[in-house]
Design a protein around this ligand. Structure first.
Ligand code: NAI
Length: 250
């Protein structure tokens, strides 16, 4: 029960890495707001939590992370339902992209930046203010990607947004240290979630082969690391990137 008594907001909590992290966090004793654009699916994850025997440990909140007021409302939801906030996992995101010279900026750049980049900034800002006002400190974990540190085909906008997540993490750790807040970014490699399902079977096989042991990562494996990073056991991991890519970047 590494997270006993902690309250967390997990964005993108309705699916993939976020859903696995919700389930891990409640098992570790946390109360969790399952924050997602897809409210119906977020409510289904809350039902899963209940079915596991953790009645009242999770609450769904509809949020579009690209709208600051909605992110603020989700943080307020955590405080209203569970009384405080200790952890935010800025994890909601979209993937995909086109070759640069085929871009329509309004379609292939702006939405990616609004969700994958601005959404993390808003989470850091809203949670940071709550941590300051509570006077308790807090932990900010944000999902970057291997593509936040290297270029790749069809990932021009995605790479930019995910690189910003790493920069935000370093700056947040720097700026919020005086309030006892720590910030960490994670860089998943190839994780078997619906976001990967949009790619062809051939491409998915290629993705798996790119990790050193030739296998995709399960979302639960990422969730295990996030739970550790959120816990006091990771108290000295701050302002940095934790690679969770099974050797992809070795
Ligand atoms: P997923 O598609 O299973 O989950 C993403 C969730 O984010 C969905 O529930 C979706 O409804 C939600 N979402 C999308 N736009 C939103 C918005 N504007 N506001 C609120 N929620 C929104 O995908 P997965 O794989 O679990 O992705 C989670 C994070 O991990 C993303 O940031 C993704 O970029 C990142 N990532 C995933 C990798 C992978 O191989 N699956 C690799 C590297 C990074």
């Amino acid at each position: 029960m590494r997270l006993a008594g902690k309250v967390a907001v997990i964005t993108g909590g309705a699916s993939g890495i976020g859903r696995a992290t919700v389930l891990k966090f409640v098992r570790e004793g946390a109360k969790v707001v399952v924050a997602d654009l897809n409210l119906e699916q977020a409510e289904a994850v809350v039902a899963e939590v209940e079915a596991l025997g953790f009645a009242g440990a999770a609450s769904a909140s509809k949020v579009d992370v690209s709208e600051f007021a909605q992110v603020e409302a989700t943080v307020a939801h955590a405080v209203e339902v569970f009384g405080r906030l200790d952890v935010i996992f800025n994890n909601a995101g979209i993937a995909g992209g086109k070759a640069l010279l085929d871009h329509d900026p309004a379609v292939d750049y702006a939405p990616m930046i609004r969700i994958d980049q601005d959404g993390v900034y808003y989470g850091i800002l809203a949670a940071g203010r709550q941590f300051r006002d509570q006077g308790t400190g807090g932990v900010i974990i944000s999902t970057s990607s291997i593509y936040g540190e290297q270029a790749a085909e069809l990932a021009f906008s995605y790479s930019a947004a995910k690189a910003a997540v790493i920069s935000f993490t370093r700056s947040a750790a720097y700026e919020l240290a005086e309030y006892g807040v720590r910030a960490v970014a994670i860089t998943p490699g190839r994780v078997a979630t619906p976001i990967i399902g949009q790619f062809s079977a051939e491409l998915q096989a290629l993705f798996a082969s790119e990790q050193l042991r030739g296998r995709m990562t399960a979302p639960e494996e990422i969730a295990d690391v996030v739970a550790f990073l959120a816990s006091d056991e990771a108290n000295v991991i701050n302002g940095t990137v934790v690679h969770v890519d099974d050797g992809y970047s070795a």
